[in-house]
Design a protein around this ligand. Structure first.
Ligand SMILES: Nc1ncnc2c1ncn2[C@@H]1O[C@H](COP(=O)(O)OP(=O)(O)O)[C@@H](O)[C@H]1O
Ligand SMILES: [Mg+2]
Length: 286
């Protein structure tokens, strides 16, 4: 598409590809939010009885309210990706599920069990939800094996932890080959694999994954999504992820939610959102 002369009329502005300013995105996003999806549509996307559900969640940090009346539903063995501008509250949704925020209203359930106010430890221990940190969180001076054992720190039974570590090492030969090496010498992709597999020690049913592709070379990004795909489709894990690489995230996930200013602005099947012109223009770098 060719850019027209700057002296041209207003009409031309609608036709040419103009770079969107942050304000433009915020304004347009607010419009989208005003006609956000209905709860019934979100439930339909999750199909049948949801594994994890959030209703009317209002939450934030201290006195600051970041999420406003969020609904979210994801089925057993399904994946859901949150996309949206920086600061929209995507990570805050994961933090709220895991128990790191101040929840002012609404509820979070695993199946039929309400877990809104469980501590993070109990989320992991009893609700079978694991949170995979956005930051690089391996212990570089510990071996791969020791890092995995750390994933079982809530278990009193050391033998059970060792068995869980062996199970994970059996699953991932890439890690097994390096079990006695310092985690600090792993490649970026292997470190991410270690972070994910450490979360598996507690045999979670739901995985919360914040920006799995961040900071990784492209070949490792595909590897990480391959690992998540296997956990979802072979092991039946429910996955909620946040991904700044919206294209990758929506290609991966069954369901996509666009979060804007702490509200769900749009939701659909991942492949549908990928084709949605509004999503493309605002979030897919179009
Ligand atoms: N620990 C925190 N304490 C206070 N404010 C926070 C904290 N973490 C995030 N925020 C604020 O919450 C808002 C949403 O942030 P976040 O959920 O990280 O957005 P996203 O993941 O969509 O980029 C931002 O305004 C951010 O500054
Ligand atoms: Mg974030």
């Amino acid at each position: 598409m060719s850019r027209q002369g700057s002296g041209n009329s207003r009409q031309a502005l609608g036709e040419v590809e103009t770079a969107l300013s942050v304000d433009d995105v915020a304004r347009e996003a607010a419009l989208i939010a005003a006609r956000g999806p209905k709860r019934e549509e979100l439930k339909t996307l999750a199909g049948g009885a949801p594994r994890l559900s959030i209703e009317s969640l209002t939450a934030g940090y201290g006195r600051m309210e970041i999420l406003h009346q969020i609904d979210l539903y994801v089925g057993p063995g399904q994946s859901l990706c949150l996309i949206g501008p920086n600061g929209a509250g995507k990570s805050t949704v994961l933090h709220s599920i895991y128990g790191f925020t101040n929840i002012r209203g609404g509820c979070i359930c695993m199946g039929d069990t309400e877990i809104t106010h469980l501590s993070p430890k109990d989320k992991l221990r009893h609700a079978r939800i694991a949170y995979i940190l956005q930051d690089n969180s391996v212990f570089p001076d510990m071996t791969v094996e020791e890092n995995l054992n750390m994933g079982g720190y809530l278990l009193n039974d050391r033998q059970a932890v060792r068995e869980a570590t062996e199970r994970v090492l059996d699953k991932y030969p890439r890690l097994a080959e390096r079990r006695q090496q310092r985690a600090g010498v792993l490649s970026g992709g292997e470190r991410r694999l270690l972070e994910i597999s450490r979360a598996l020690i507690m045999q979670p049913e739901a995985l919360l994954v914040d920006e799995p592709s961040i900071g990784l070379e492209p070949r490792y990004i595909d590897m990480v999504f391959g690992i998540l795909d296997d956990l979802q489709h072979q092991d039946g894990k429910t996955i909620i992820l946040v991904e700044q690489n919206a294209t990758k995230g929506l290609e991966f996930a069954d369901i996509g939610y666009v979060l804007v200013s702490g509200q769900v602005a749009l939701a659909g099947r991942g492949d549908e959102l990928l084709k949605n012109p509004e999503v493309e223009r605002l979030f897919l770098g179009g």
